[in-house]
Design a protein around this ligand. Structure first.
Ligand SMILES: [Zn+2]
Length: 414
């Protein structure tokens, strides 16, 4: 049994196991398949601080390496989101001469672009060399490393303290969360702000978004669990806002204790979570039962399509699709291929299940009868882009918050 990574005081209580799972981003090159790494994907809740977290982890060095496949800039909707996030940060430092902004996990620099364009001194920190090279090529200031208490001290010595430290979909990935928070405390100015956003466990539970659970997501934050984590480092949660990306995220603003008046939203979120029982064990036991139901219904829908002679493919070979694909035991016999816009994934096989990944052009040239929408959080964007598919009788199949067809199931398709 593992001890809670956040408070270090209690043993995690597992509530959902997905079984043997590959690394979500370890796409397989059919020309040199090599040996895949598997681990037991299970999540648990701390009975003390309520932090939801993975019970077993993949070593960081296996995940965030030079061949890291995810490039933030590939989605137009995410580009807009990050432009707004950067705009909020620029607004907060507008009255500070020579303000310095550090982004943890800057990826290919989607947000740093906005700081550079606004003339804000910036530094992006990321361990993945390939995505960082893309940022450096565009004239951004970057540093290849993890963000730790030691690297933060080096950054402070080289550049001075940071007015804002920002991170998007990064903090929840970091198992050594205390090193990251110590680094923030070292690097931040006296009035500085640490602003980060990550998938919200409340949204995951409310939407049955089981595929948000995968190796890279070590933590599943709530306002309450972040509030406690901040306090353990002398920081205070001073604002919380909901963000409509990745199926629902919260953006947290932290400051040194007593330096900023908290927004009334902090108390609102904490009360809402307490009233809805978000920290309670029963909430997660019920979530686990719904997850098993979705798995069973999705398998039945795909098997049913095959029984009617309908060809099934997928759309969006996202990292998170690995969870649902392997949890359901799907393979190329059930899902012929998965279309994806990311060039680095095309021609490869999905982790564990070995379903071929093809470009969207292949989906158009060889359309299936039914398409499982693995990138369900981009439903509107994808259905608009591929509107011809439903128009010619194709059906989308999604599984969040439950298994359903778009357009809805009807006798004419039976
Ligand atoms: Zn804990």
């Amino acid at each position: 049994m593992a001890v809670c990574l956040a408070c270090g005081r209690h043993q995690i209580e597992p509530f959902l196991s997905f079984g043997r799972m590959p690394m979500a981003d370890a796409f397989v090159d059919p020309a040199s398949p090599g040996e895949e790494f598997f681990f037991n994907l299970a999540v648990g809740r701390c009975p003390g601080c309520t932090m939801v977290q993975l019970c077993e982890r993949v070593p960081d060095a296996r995940m965030f390496h030079d061949a890291y496949a995810y490039f933030s800039s590939t989605s137009a909707r995410m580009r807009d989101h990050f432009a707004r996030f950067a705009g909020e940060i620029i607004g907060r430092v507008a009255d500070r001469a020579g303000a310095f902004v550090v982004e943890i996990g800057c990826n290919d620099g989607i947000m740093l672009d906005a700081f550079r364009d606004a003339g804000v001194r910036h530094l992006g920190v990321d361990p993945a060399g390939n995505v960082l090279a893309a940022a450096r090529d565009r004239g951004l200031t970057v540093r290849q490393s993890f963000f730790t208490r030691d690297s933060a001290a080096d950054i402070a010595a080289a550049h001075g303290p940071a007015d804002v430290i920002a991170a998007a979909n990064v903090v929840c990935h970091v198992a050594d969360i205390h090193s990251l928070f110590d680094g923030v405390v070292r690097l931040l100015t006296a009035d500085g702000l640490f602003i980060f956003e990550d998938p919200y466990v409340g949204a995951i539970v409310a939407q049955n978004a089981i595929d948000q659970i995968y190796d890279e997501h070590v933590f599943y934050f709530s306002a309450a669990s972040v509030h406690g984590l901040a306090a353990a480092h002398g920081l205070e949660l001073v604002d919380v806002t909901a963000q409509p990306v990745h199926g629902g995220e919260l953006r947290y603003v932290l400051a040194r204790g007593g330096r900023h008046a908290p927004s009334p939203r902090v108390e609102e979120w904490l009360s809402r979570e307490a009233e809805s029982g978000l920290g309670a064990a029963g909430t997660y036991a019920a979530f686990a039962r719904r997850a098993a139901g979705i798995r069973d219904r999705l398998i039945a829908a795909i098997d049913g399509a095959a029984a009617r002679g309908r060809r099934v493919a997928g759309y969006g070979a996202t990292a998170k699709s690995s969870t649902i694909i392997n949890y359901c035991g799907l393979g190329p016999a059930q899902v012929a291929f998965i279309a994806d816009v990311t060039p680095g994934k095309q021609g490869k096989l999905t982790p564990g299940a070995h379903i071929p990944v093809r470009p969207p052009e292949y989906f158009r040239a060889s359309p299936p009868d039914e398409a499982v929408l693995f990138a369900w959080n981009h439903e509107r964007e994808i259905l608009a882009k591929e509107s011809w598919f439903a128009a010619r009788g194709g059906r989308w199949l999604t599984y969040v918050p439950d298994v359903r067809y778009i357009p809805p199931d009807s006798a004419s398709h039976a």
